[in-house]
Design a binder for this molecule. Sequence first.
Ligand SMILES: [Zn+2]
Length: 282
Amino acid sequence: MPLNSTSQKSPPAFLLMEECCRSPWKTWQRPFRMAPGVYYVSGNNWVASYLLDTGDGLMLIDTGMHETLYLLIESVRLLGYDIRDIRKILLTHAHIDHIGGARALKELTGAKLYLGERDLLFLHERRDLIGGEGKYTCGLFEPDELYNDDRPICQGNLTIHTTATPGHTPGCTSFRFSVQDEVHGRRLVCAIHGGLGLNITNSDFERTGLPHSLRDEFIAGLEKLDRWHVDVTLPSHTNQYGILPLVDQISEEYNPFYEPGVWHELMNERLERVRKIIKAGI
Ligand SMILES: [Zn+2]
């Protein structure tokens, strides 16, 4: 399965963000299953949030924007779950499209919030780097826990292994876990890279004051994650890997997201792009 061939041509993130926030209902995406107990629930067709059914309560990866939060809540309801059963919320990185709903969701669910330590800089000192140019809502919140890659996050029958992958943001964190596929009797490894956007190579990057070493860390992270075996790739944005056109193919027997080659393709596509940009001296 090739990556979304339009991924390199999709509109800039700020335009997609604007569409999500100005007219959230126009971006509505019904929830769907990507692996047993793993559901796409952001409610919009741009930035992903994943609901994980651990067999003992729920976990959520990323919250989407504050403006689209009602669509996420509706997605969870449509799947037959109660939003108040979310016990842990794992944030990939402190950009507004991933953390915008964190404050409200924490209040609604009482869930523990997790974040990468180096992204505290964005929450405490550099809120200008959260994104959205102050046009959108991002309530204040504090994480309850910081990731420790030596300490997996366990709940019910899920064990989430975290890996710091600085670059897109300093505290950007990636996740890997396995679920049981009862139909085919095998374990499926699912993974999400915390942030694949190439903002570190934008001309605007200079103005952030963040160190250039983030580029090296980004590359090192991609190389490290490329060594993982991953059966189901969970993109953090739908324009990284075209999952939405596959939704109609989902059935009890067939999972169109079971594609072990996609992960390597995605890591290598990003590696190639970032190296090319750096080589061009941008
Ligand atoms: Zn981001």
